[in-house]
Design a protein around this ligand. Structure first.
Ligand code: FMN
Length: 370
């Protein structure tokens, strides 16, 4: 007999946005830095395979950078271009599929988050819509329109590579203050041409990326799009302050070809706007009619009672509230980050009610990223 509230809703199959998944648990994208020269090796394949073997419905990989001299901000992050890296990903996909899982790469350009001091041997300057860092400091020249077009093509190439090696979908990283989000955010996009201006103008780059990716992968290949209101320098930042603004922001992205939105928040239980309990994923689903992934502090407290305790004040909300929201149809899928980092078998243990076996999340998990 299980003492825990039912988590059955998390383990119901999902079909939507061109994807068929065994359950609702998604591994959130988490950068690792274990791919020397950008090439993911057998250890990377084994890392993702462990999550697939243990009941994760869909894996979204760590951010993988597109073909551009300044796309990466950290050493040893994997590339999604070039024969060796793409061959490395082919092995990852094979192993995840053998284990019965599904997998999408997250495609990424870090924009002005790249620090020159970390790449002293490279003369590739960071790039951004207005050449501004996240705190507004100038770090390079604004991108030219010709450079913007090349970047759009590099996203498309990355997506085509993903499809070619058998990935099940692709996720475009439009969140967390990186290149695409630097176009979205007024603090980093001061352009006065067609790539700047109001939120719709500032979304033009993302729309072109999505359209180019769609053209590269064809009509049936699922495109996920991740976005966030928060920025690493400002957790309270907002691209959209009202549901109406959010609708204006999301409509062109949706029309450009997004199949599933991934609304990145730090705490899934927080209402996005006053007057409604809906979180950002909930609003996104309601406004676009497309499936949505929620994320943020799921399962972080492995203590049996805390895992199921309801969030009050600063306390994490538990699985009970997560499941209730899922059952109400607020969102379709649930991404899990740090809990799956520290315990590759997190999904299987929750599914089977083996909560006492969950490995608590600790900083050491960040060190090994195993
Ligand atoms: C070590 C680490 C690396 C991350 N790297 C990425 C990344 O490459 N791309 C991304 O969109 N989010 C990244 N994130 C954010 C996670 O995807 C997720 O949104 C966040 O950790 C909140 O989920 P959690 O509370 O379940 O951990 C990272 C988070 C962590 C902890």
């Amino acid at each position: 007999m299980s003492l825990s509230p039912s988590t059955a809703a998390l383990f119901k199959p999902f079909e939507g946005g061109g994807l068929k998944l065994e359950n609702r648990i998604v591994m959130a994208p988490m950068t690792r830095g274990f791919s020397p020269q950008g090439v993911p090796g057998p250890d990377v394949a084994a890392y993702y395979r462990r999550r697939a073997e243990n009941g994760v419905g869909l894996i979204i990989t760590e951010g993988t950078v597109i073909r551009h001299p300044a796309s990466e901000a950290d050493r040893n992050v994997p590339h999604i271009y070039g024969d060796e890296a793409v061959e490395g990903w082919a092995r990852v996909v094979r192993e995840v599929h053998e284990a019965g899982g599904k997998i999408a790469p997250q495609i990424w350009h870090t924009g002005t988050a790249r620090e020159r001091s970390k790449f002293p041997e490279s003369d590739a300057a960071p790039v951004g819509p207005s050449g501004l860092g996240l705190t507004g400091e100038p770090v390079s020249e604004p991108l030219t329109v010709a450079e913007i077009r090349e970047l759009v093509e590099a996203y498309a190439e990355a997506a085509a590579n993903a499809k070619r090696v058998g990935f099940d979908a692709v996720e475009i990283h439009g969140a967390h203050g990186y290149l695409i989000d630097q176009f979205f955010w007024e603090a980093t996009n001061k352009r006065t041409d067609e790539y700047g201006g109001d939120l719709v103008g500032r979304s033009r780059f993302a729309v072109e990326v999505i359209e180019a990716v769609r053209a590269a992968v064809g009509p049936d290949f699922p495109i996920l799009f991740r976005f966030s209101q928060w920025k690493p320098v400002d957790y309270g930042a907002k691209l959209a302050s009202t549901p109406e603004e959010l609708e204006r922001f999301l409509a062109p992205l949706s029309a450009a070809g997004v199949d599933i939105f991934h609304a990145s928040t730090r705490r899934f239980w927080e209402p996005e706007f006053v007057g409604s309990e809906l979180n950002l994923a909930g609003w996104t689903r309601k406004l676009t009619g497309k499936p949505a992934i929620t994320v943020g502090s799921v399962g972080l407290d492995s203590d049996f009672t805390a895992l199921f305790a309801e969030g009050k004040g600063g306390q994490p909300a538990g699985m009970g509230q997560l499941v209730e929201r899922l059952e109400r149809g607020e969102f379709d899928l649930v991404a899990v980050g740090r809990a799956l980092l520290s315990d590759p078998a997190w999904a299987a243990k929750v599914r089977d009610g083996r909560l006492e076996e969950l490995q608590p999340f600790g900083r050491e998990a960040l060190g090994t990223l195993s």
